[in-house]
Write a protein that binds this ligand. Structure first.
Ligand SMILES: Cc1cc2nc3c(=O)[nH]c(=O)nc-3n(C[C@H](O)[C@H](O)[C@H](O)COP(=O)(O)OP(=O)(O)OC[C@H]3O[C@@H](n4cnc5c(N)ncnc54)[C@H](O)[C@@H]3O)c2cc1C
Length: 416
C-alpha cells in the first residue's frame, strides 16, 4: 500500500497545473496518467501549435463559454490569460497573437508548452506514474481516502483531484473515466454531448465534393437569429466542417437533429453585396461564354459542376442565355445556400465534450466536491465547454490551478 498526501488523476493541462500548485505548497504529490506521456491531447491542440489561451477580457471568456460561465468567475480571477502566459514566459516561452485574440507559442509547437510543464513538475518533486490507470476513488464515509488501480492496489491520500478530461478523442486517453468515478460517489452527470464538431447534412451532392474548401464564408443557422459565425468552410464526405461549423455546433447540440433537422445558410461572399453580384452578372450577360467557365471566378470548377444541376441550371448555359430566374437562383446560392443539418459527428470526433460533472455539486472557489470532502475536480471533466479560440485550455489551466492550490491550502490548515 502506497501513501501520498495529494493524488492527481490525469495529466492533461488541468492535472499538470493542479499538481504543480499543490506541490508549491510543499506537499507530496503523485500524478497518475494512463498514458506513457503527459498532455497527449495538449500535444495535438491547435493543429500541434497549441492555441494556449485568448487575450480577450473576462467578459469575452464568459461569452465564449457555452455551459456554466458563471461557475468560472473565481477561477478566472485566480489565473487569467495574462498570468497563464506569464507563467510560460518566465520559463522562456514567447507568444504571438493571431486572429480574434488567439495566443500561440512563437515556436508553433505544443511540445514547448508540455516540456515546460514537465520540467516544472519534476523540479517541484511531483512523482509521476505513467501507464497507471485509476479505476476508482476510495472514500470513508464522506471523506476521500485515496484511489484504487485496476489490479486492486490502493494508494492512500488526504486529497484526490480528478482531472481525467472529457470523452472526446478517446485515443488521447480521455475516455470519460472521471464521469464513472464521480457517479459512483453520488455526483450527477449532465448528459455528455459532442461540442466543437462537424455537421452531417442531408444533401448528397455536397458529400461528393469532399475536400473542397471556401475561405472567409459566413455561416448562420436559420430561425436562430443571433447564431452566425465566420471563417473557412470545408466540404466533407458527411457534410461540412471548418471553424464556423465547429463554433455553431456547440449551440445546437441540445437539438435532436434526427427528429428536427436545422437549416444552415452559407454566405460564400459576405464581403460582397447582392447589388454588387447583380452588377457582375449584368456586366457579363452579353458574352457568349459558358456560365460554368465564368463562375470559376467565384467557385472551384468541381463545385460549379455539382451546384448548377442542383439549382436546375443547365451546365452548358451561355451567359447571354442566362434567364433572370436562373441568375436569381445563383445569387441566392452565392449569398445564402441552404443545407439541412441532420446530425453532428460522434463524440469521439468532437474537439470537446459538453456535459459532465454537475457544477452545482462543486464549490467554484475551491473546485472541491460538495459531496465528498477532500475530493476535487478540474478541467473538461466538469460540465464546462467553450467555443474555439483558446478558451477551453484556459478553463483547464484556471480550474486546475484553483483545485491544486485549494487542496494544498486545506491540507496546511489541517496540520497547523
Ligand atoms: C484536436 C483537438 C484540438 C484542440 N485544440 C485546442 C486549442 O488549440 N485550444 C484550446 O483551448 N483547446 C483545444 N482543445 C481542447 C482542449 O485540448 C481540452 O479542452 C483540454 O485538453 C482539457 O484538459 P483536461 O486537462 O481537462 O483534460 P485532457 O487534456 O483530456 O487530459 C485528461 C488526462 O487524463 C488522463 N486520464 C483519463 N482517465 C484516466 C484514468 N482513469 N486514470 C489515469 N489517467 C486518466 C488522460 O490520459 C489524459 O492525459 C482541443 C482538443 C482537441 C481534441
Amino acid at each position: 500500500m502506497e501513501n501520498s498526501r495529494i493524488i492527481v488523476v490525469g495529466g492533461g493541462p488541468a492535472g499538470m497545473f493542479a499538481a504543480l500548485q499543490a506541490a508549491r505548497g510543499n506537499h507530496e504529490v503523485l500524478l497518475l496518467d494512463k498514458n506513457e506521456m503527459l498532455g497527449r491531447k495538449l500535444k495535438i491542440t491547435g493543429g500541434g501549435r497549441c492555441n494556449l489561451t485568448n487575450i480577450k477580457d473576462k467578459k469575452e471568456h464568459q461569452r465564449a463559454t457555452i455551459h456554466n460561465p458563471k461557475f468560472l468567475y473565481k477561477s478566472f480571477d485566480a489565473l487569467n490569460p495574462k498570468e497563464l502566459m506569464k507563467y510560460f514566459e518566465d520559463r522562456g516561452c514567447t507568444f504571438k497573437l493571431e486572429k480574434e485574440g488567439t495566443v500561440f507559442p512563437r515556436s508553433d509547437d505544443s511540445s514547448e508548452i508540455i516540456n515546460i510543464l514537465l520540467e516544472d513538475l519534476l523540479e517541484h518533486g511531483v512523482k509521476i506514474w505513467y501507464n497507471h490507470k485509476v479505476e476508482k476513488v476510495l472514500i470513508a464515509g464522506e471523506q476521500v481516502r485515496g484511489v484504487a488501480l485496476p489490479d486492486g492496489r490502493e494508494i492512500l491520500a488526504d486529497k484526490v483531484i480528478i482531472t481525467t478530461g472529457g470523452a472526446s478523442y478517446p485515443q488521447t486517453g480521455s475516455t470519460g473515466d472521471g464521469y464513472t468515478m464521480a457517479e459512483e460517489l453520488g455526483h450527477s452527470i449532465e448528459k455528455i454531448k459532442p461540442a466543437l464538431t462537424s455537421f452531417e447534412v442531408k444533401e448528397n451532392w455536397v458529400k461528393s465534393l469532399a475536400g473542397i474548401s471556401f475561405s472567409d464564408t459566413s455561416l448562420g443557422i436559420l430561425k436562430m437569429n443571433k447564431l452566425q459565425e465566420w471563417g473557412d468552410l470545408l466540404l466533407t464526405h458527411y457534410g461540412i466542417s471548418g471553424p464556423p461549423v465547429l463554433k455553431l455546433s456547440s449551440y445546437i447540440n441540445e437539438v435532436d437533429l434526427k427528429k428536427t433537422p436545422v437549416t444552415v445558410e452559407i454566405d460564400f461572399f459576405p464581403d460582397k453585396t447582392e447589388e454588387e453580384l447583380k452588377d457582375w452578372f449584368l456586366h457579363h450577360s452579353t458574352g457568349k461564354k459558358n456560365l460554368n467557365n465564368v463562375l470559376t471566378e467565384f467557385w472551384p470548377r468541381k463545385f460549379i459542376e455539382e451546384i448548377l444541376p442542383f439549382l436546375g441550371i443547365p451546365k452548358d448555359r451561355k451567359m447571354n442565355e442566362l434567364k433572370k430566374k436562373e441568375r436569381n437562383k445563383l445569387m441566392d446560392a452565392m449569398k445564402g445556400l441552404h443545407l439541412t443539418v441532420t446530425g453532428l459527428r460522434p463524440i469521439k470526433d468532437a474537439i470537446v465534450t459538453a456535459g459532465g460533472i454537475n457544477v452545482k455539486e462543486v464549490n467554484p472557489s475551491t473546485m472541491e466536491s460538495k459531496k465528498i470532502s477532500g475530493l476535487y475536480f478540474a478541467g473538461e471533466v466538469l460540465d464546462l465547454d467553450a467555443i474555439t479560440g483558446g478558451y477551453n485550455l484556459q478553463i483547464a489551466f484556471s480550474t486546475g490551478f484553483v483545485a491544486g492550490q485549494s487542496a494544498g491550502e486545506k491540507l496546511n490548515k489541517k496540520y497547523e
